[in-house]
Design a protein around this ligand. Structure first.
Ligand code: GLA
Length: 753
């Protein structure tokens, strides 16, 4: 196929998609209103919403079997009772090749189980069968039970009508008269239609290199992405997207999902022997065991899964909307992010009243709304070797406490924010000297330090209560509007000697549950305090922590070019509403790259804008540039943070350029960012065709930074900007431009079609 043929083919497919979409809309007549439905005769369950249908049923063996997940079907479409897949041979029995919704380990299951348990008598066989079901509002609740033992499982399927995103979770309950041990528990297993042209995308990384996009074919075998670290991790993020052969950024099917869990997690993606594609997501079974006494239960995290026919862009726009409207504090309308200043890169641990006050005064002069003092303000904290755990103000640095600094920050019209790392302790601290048993460790074994610190065992009641009291006091005693909540190391030696050996591995769940409880309780007591999730940068970003924190620190890597790539990866999974990005020094501390202040701003203005540069190094012109761009940001941030994001030109695959467009939900404004990494061979930047505008409205184009080609109209229809595009003038290295398009009031243009 030539390029031209390919292009025609692509357009033909796009037109077909549009037609199909239109027809589906007519046939379904507002599927957004559809509710979960049960066909009692066929024992088939169906959830419909926002152009998506998910169906499953009870087969003749009483097991839950997947039927369909994809674009919306007509309400009249009926599924027959599912039939287990025929045995292929004695090596591929029916049990193994049937697409189960929630297989227990037992009855011959050799694929990845959703639940595996051990009984006191050594039995490890669990065969779950349907008991009953009910519809509750937007959800279907299914109860399963083992064929002979009183192990009960409750599955919840809740579909969001606005996005078609399904939240799946499971609760296992021990109603036997003895303990049972849960060895493995997933939120869900999800099956896709058979096919050999699937591709998996996921995000991996490391410190200062988070959210690196990986995409490769799904072939027979398994791909496992996971964290074994007790925290979400930099190494992999609990998000996946599965596409098919022709899927592109703005077209083609994408099944996607993310696990809401901030501890060790695992997602298993399998292509089984007969070509079935399955994803199983839940607690990481690595070193996992959770003993349930009679009457106790264990809930899985929630796996949030969606489907889009509009490529990766469509998938992420749906997911962003879902996060804003369903997950984040303040949902369905979380507040836009205040412009913040953070002291870390400017002063490191050398914070004191005079220095921070001087920075605050300069920050206020450019329009910063929230001044955040980072590490170094407490205990004997002069570097990372001591003081963590001692959350008392360092009187050498702040002889009169924090009050004078906070007062000045407030006088300057800003909010005050503070860095904390509550879950950690330096062995060189009063807290550790008083409570050496409070850390995660094995009795009598070495305790591995990382950044000279150990992890407090938050699963312990006394540690939980200590942290709650400490943070509550800090917030009561000071006028604090924001906490940057850090977590700077992974777990090691995950022992919990205070409890019996058979109970110790509950740590993996109990710790995270208490973390969530602590955050929720602090928010309840201090409803006006906002919290940022940070873990040496983006090591704790997931839908679990997102429900309790207002924003995340994306990466310690603040180089604006590296950030374009990190942000591109990040937004595939998570909304720009939470994605904090700072303007820092040039050369950047990470890679010594030198870029202009304007370039640094435009890179950071695609998320929640922060300034982290040492303002004492700035010249008058820098303050003027910053002041202007902060004002531009404030005028456009709602669109950038909460609009529809189009990754028009991705920086992935060593692309020399990139561009994003954010379009306000009501179509009244759009913001375009364009970047050229390096000029070469007089390579002109192609016209950038916009997306998502209202074709019949008139939009006025105005440059925030950079210029459009001569003779670019000052205003034109949405159809023009999308069809013809904007020719941006960019030449040189590390160049950036940004434009705002504001819709004019007035009648729609008479554009045919
Ligand atoms: C982590 C964070 C940084 C900074 C330091 C302070 O590395 O990611 O932003 O807060 O800790 O020690």
């Amino acid at each position: 196929m030539s390029n031209i043929d390919r292009d025609i083919d692509r357009r033909r497919r796009a037109v077909c998609m549009q037609l199909l979409g239109g027809l589906a809309g007519i046939a379904l007549g507002g599927s957004a209103r559809a509710r979960p439905s049960v066909d009692e005769a066929a024992k088939v369950f169906r959830l419909d919403g926002a152009g998506v249908t998910y169906a499953f049923g009870v087969n003749k063996d009483g097991q839950l079997q997947s039927l369909y997940w994809g674009s919306a079907l007509a309400p009249e479409d009926r599924f027959p009772t599912p039939v287990p897949v025929w045995e292929n041979s004695s090596n591929e029995t029916s049990t193994v090749v049937t697409p189960h919704e929630f297989p227990g380990f037992g009855g011959g299951v050799t694929m990845e189980p959703s639940l595996k348990v051990t009984f006191p008598d050594g039995v490890r066989d669990l065969v779950l069968k349907h008991v009953d079901h009910r519809v509750e509002g937007d959800r279907i609740v299914i109860r399963l039970k083992d064929v002979s033992r009183a192990v009960h499982v409750t599955l919840t399927y809740a579909m969001d009508a606005a996005t078609g995103i399904l939240a799946r979770s499971a609760v296992v309950e021990n109603r036997t008269g003895n303990w049972i041990q849960v060895d493995q528990l997933a939120a869900a297993s999800l099956n896709l239609p058979y096919g050999d042209d699937y591709r998996l995308s996921y995000l991996t990384g490391r410190w200062a290199g988070e959210f690196a996009l990986q995409t490769h074919d799904i072939v027979p075998g398994s791909i496992v992405i996971e964290s074994r670290k007790g925290v979400t991790s930099h190494q992999a993020n609990p998000w996946i997207a599965i596409s098919r052969g022709n899927t592109e950024e703005e077209s083609g099917p994408v099944w996607f999902g993310a696990l809401g869990w901030s501890g060790s997690w695992r997602i298993h993606v399998d292509m089984e022997s007969l070509g079935n594609i399955r994803a199983t997501a839940g607690y990481n079974p690595f070193d996992f065991a959770y003993r349930l006494k009679p009457g106790e239960s264990l809930a899985s995290p929630v796996f949030h899964a969606g489907y889009s026919e509009e490529g990766f862009g469509g998938a992420s726009r749906l997911f962003h909307r879902y996060q804003r409207e369903k997950i984040l504090p303040g949902a369905p309308a979380p507040k836009v992010r205040p412009v913040l200043y953070n002291s870390w890169e400017a002063t490191l641990f050398s914070v004191d009243e005079a220095g921070q006050t001087a920075l605050a005064e300069k920050a206020a002069s450019i329009g910063v709304e929230r001044f955040v003092m980072d590490d170094g303000w407490f205990g004997a904290r002069n570097d990372d070797k001591a003081g963590l755990g001692d959350w008392v103000v360092n009187r050498k640095k702040f002889p009169n406490g924090l009050a004078p600094l906070i007062r000045r920050v407030r006088e300057l019209g800003m909010e005050f924010g503070l860095w904390v790392e509550p879950e950690m302790v330096n062995p060189d601290s009063d807290l550790y000297r008083a409570h050496p048993d409070w850390v995660i460790h094995f009795q009598g074994r070495p305790r591995s330090e990382a950044r000279n610190q150990l992890v407090l065992n938050l699963a312990r009641k006394d540690v939980y209560e200590h942290l709650l009291a400490m943070l509550d006091r800090l917030l009561k005693d000071h006028d604090i509007a924001f906490l940057k909540w850090d977590h700077n190391r992974a777990w090691s030696e995950p022992g919990w000697p205070q409890v019996a050996p058979a109970e110790q591995q509950r740590l993996y769940v109990a710790y995270v549950q208490n973390l969530y409880k602590l955050l929720a309780e602090l928010r309840r007591r201090h409803p006006n305090v906002e919290i940022e999730s940070c873990a040496s940068g983006g090591g704790r970003v997931d839908l679990g922590i997102m429900a309790l924190t207002d924003q995340v620190w994306t990466s310690d890597n603040t180089d604006p070019l590296d950030r374009l790539l990190i942000q591109d990866g990040f937004t595939r999974a998570y909304t720009p509403q939470i994605m904090m990005a700072w303007v820092t020094e040039a050369p950047n501390f990470v890679n010594k790259r030198v870029t202009s202040l304007e370039y640094r701003f435009l890179s950071a203005m695609q998320g929640g804008l922060g300034i982290g540069a040492n303002l004492n190094h700035w010249k008058e012109a820098d303050f003027a540039t910053a002041k202007r761009l902060v004002a531009e940001y404030k005028a456009t941030r709602k669109t950038v943070l909460q609009g529809n994001l189009y990754r028009l030109v991705s920086p992935q695959h060593r692309s020399g350029r990139s561009a994003t467009l954010s379009v306000a939900q009501d179509g009244s404004q759009a913001v375009l960012f364009a970047f050229l990494h390096a000029s070469g061979m007089r390579d002109p930047l192609p016209r950038i065709q916009l997306r998502g505008l209202d074709p019949k409205r008139t939009y006025a184009l105005r440059a925030i930074a950079g210029t459009a080609a001569p003779r670019t109209p000052r205003q034109a229809s949405g159809a023009y900007w999308m069809g013809h595009g904007v020719q941006v003038v960019l030449a040189g290295d590390f160049q950036a431009a940004a434009f705002v398009l504001d819709a004019a009031a007035g009648p729609a243009l008479a554009i045919p079609g």
